[in-house]
Ligand binder design. Sequence first.
Ligand code: 9D3
Length: 247
Amino acid sequence: MNYHVLTLFPEMVEQGCNTSIIGRAVEKGLISLEAVNIRDYTENKHNKVDDYPYGGGAGMVMQAQPVYDAYQSIASRLEKKPRVIYMTPQGRVFSQSVAEELAGEEDLIFLCGHYEGIDERVLEEIVTDEVSIGDYVLTGGELPAMVMIDAISRLVPGVLNNADSAEYESFHDNLLEHPQYSRPEVWRDKAVPPILLSGHHANVEAWRREQSLIRTAKRRPDLLETADLSEKERLFVEKNLAKGREI
Ligand code: 9D3
């Protein structure tokens, strides 16, 4: 996977990605990351990338030319036209399924905006996807691009260690995870649930599954609509957990 980020803050993207698991994946050659400074492609002596909006109004608009030329500096080197993801609060909301879809691409270009936006004409020319990371207001598209790079990278084969990828493979039917406990057995008068010390593997698994159902019903009831539940589990949820009730 080769990521290319079009931004006015290339150091922010590089600093953010070159640490942690993503940094190690870059060192291993599994992914590459290039942050392209849009300001390097201006054609005026003050390196100005924005101007007033036609029609008036507050703020500034990023001009088409430097964005397009920065894009061309990447695209002209690639054999195939890459997907160009414009990070915008108006895009479709990022999710695990979007990450899975994008993880299959060879190259991804992220376009990060600032100011009031980018001249619509260059967006029409180069953008293939518009993505938001959720309904809250940030100051730019860099953190959203980094969030997407993190979520996509862990799906690239070899990026996660074996234990973590096994965890990923055994998908959890769209339920929240059960609680976890480690030593000591008693901490501040709170004991670990005894079933976890029983050594009875099947009972432990049944308890964990039930905890997942309870948690999901309580915290994210919306997930139950699409969760993969057995007939018996559906009945358990209906009887004990539906509409905010809890056993
Ligand atoms: C004055 C501009 N705003 C009108 C309400 C729109 C606006 C544009 C750009 C607000 C914030 C931003 C900066 N944010 C992003 O570029 C962004 C973003 C976000 O703010 N939230 C969630 N996902 C994303 S993806 C890019």
